[in-house]
Design a protein around this ligand. Structure first.
Ligand code: ADP
Ligand code: ASP
Ligand code: MG
Length: 414
């Protein structure tokens, strides 16, 4: 008997009809002779609604209380699915994160799973029940409710699949797989049959929110076979797995984008050792993550430095930087929170030169100005004005011919 973990996202449990539909799908998987663990998100829009209420009550709600509030969303959906499964005469038992013994650290609103004691879930499975687990939540060692960050139900599902040694972890969502770019922005984006963990990790880190980054990290670390599928229609979906000889190997696998960043620039700082540390140290101490950094030295012996942070940290970072830059005799601090980052991802980049030049030409042809550039082995990212986001993404998708099916097993074309 195979053990399958199925995760259904917010839209897939968006109303009572959808939940009944999920119940029928779960029952069919069970009746096909599998053991089934289901992980659910809150009903679509619920987590946003709860967050908005919290922010109406308080500008800075305590993160512990936010977790208590946000975890209610998933508790609703697991109970309703179990009731629906009962209507289908399919035995099932719901589990909150605590009941499923998903133990996390104490970083409220962005906790990390440390350990799962699968005994309770295993007992339900042995008793012939479907285990229906609340995604996105866990408990810390003192029994406090924690949540895993937005999109965290994906991570719950993969972590459970790893802990239980499941055959496959299926992520059911509102698209029928992983596409060459977000199909909401690029209408002719193409579904990929397979993607490597490595590429999926880059795509997710660079903004493709179809899977939470941590979920892909877990899947890769524990070699969990992961599949993204539509809960609305039948189909093979996209298999995310380690690289093998039979996989398609396109030069570029996708275009990702992210509108959550903001950039800050310090101009005219005297160029001497220790300046970067003095400017960025206080930002790090305030727990603000820095993404891209660009530094330029001019002939007059001063330096300009630009870096990006998450948009929600923009004000705090600006104030900190302004204060410290003044002590360092900087000429000015400026910033812009209307930027977007567009990234090209592909393992084929390793062996092919000229990708960056082709990327910049495609953007230039649309008169899109590039403000920052960063590269790694398998990705190139640029920062542009956010008003060019969609145009830029579509231009790159077209320039690299991503809508067309790459020939299978082709040793990448340049
Ligand atoms: P769920 O609620 O099921 O977790 P999400 O909204 O978190 O669903 O993720 C699915 C969405 O991810 C899709 O509707 C799509 O707009 C978006 N998305 C972004 N990039 C991609 C991509 N490369 N492939 C597929 N979907 C993508
Ligand atoms: N409900 C949470 C969210 O909206 C977790 C999830 O859906 O994965 O982010
Ligand atoms: Mg999601």
């Amino acid at each position: 008997m195979a053990l399958i973990v199925q995760k259904y996202g917010g839209t897939s449990v968006g109303d009572l009809d959808r939940i009944a539909h999920v119940a029928r799908r779960v029952k069919a998987t069970r009746e096909a002779g599998n053991e089934v663990v289901v992980v659910l998100s809150a009903m679509g829009g619920e987590t946003d609604r709860l967050l908005e209420m919290a922010h109406q009550v308080s500008a800075h709600p305590a993160r512990r209380e936010l977790d208590v509030l946000l975890a209610t969303g998933e508790q609703v959906s697991i109970a309703l699915l179990c009731m629906s499964l009962a209507n289908e005469r399919c035995a099932a038992r719901s589990f909150t994160g605590g009941q499923a013994r998903i133990r996390t650290d104490t970083s409220h609103t962005r906790a990390r799973i440390e350990e799962i004691d699968v005994n309770a879930i295993s007992r339900a499975l042995t008793a012939g029940e479907v285990a229906v687990v609340a995604g996105f939540q866990g408990i810390d060692q003192d029994g406090n409710i924690t949540t895993l960050g937005r999109g965290g139900s994906d991570t719950t599902a993969v972590a459970l699949a790893a802990a239980l040694g499941a055959e496959e972890c299926q992520i059911y969502t509102d698209v029928d797989g992983v596409y060459t770019s977000d199909p909401r922005v690029v209408p002719d984006a193409r579904r990929m049959d397979t993607v490597t963990y490595e590429e999926m990790l880059e795509l997710a880190s660079l903004g493709a929110k179809v899977l939470q980054i941590r979920a892909v990290e877990f899947a890769s670390k524990y070699n969990v076979t992961l599949r993204v599928l539509s809960s609305f229609e039948e189909g093979p979906g996209t298999l995310i797995t380690s690289e093998d000889a039979t996989m398609e190997k396109p030069l570029i696998s996708g275009v990702a984008f992210n509108q959550d960043e903001a950039k800050l620039t310090v101009k005219g700082v005297p160029d001497r050792p220790g300046i970067a540390a003095a400017l960025l140290g206080p930002i790090a101490e305030a727990n603000i993550d820095i993404d891209m950094i660009v530094q330029n030295v001019s002939e007059d012996g001063t330096t300009d430095m630009t870096f990006t942070v998450h948009r929600r940290d923009y004000q705090a970072a600006f104030e900190l930087l302004d204060r410290h830059a003044r002590n360092l005799d900087a000429a000015a601090v400026t910033g812009d929170d209307r930027i977007a980052k567009i990234s090209l991802v592909g393992v084929g980049m390793r062996s092919h030169a000229g990708i960056a030049a082709r990327m910049f030409e495609a953007l230039a042809a649309e008169s899109i100005n590039i403000q920052m550039i960063s590269t790694s082995e398998i990705k190139i990212s640029v920062v542009v004005d956010e008003k060019y986001l969609e145009l830029g993404v579509r231009a790159l998708h077209a320039a690299f011919g991503l809508a067309e099916q790459p020939p299978r097993n082709q040793a990448v074309k340049s």
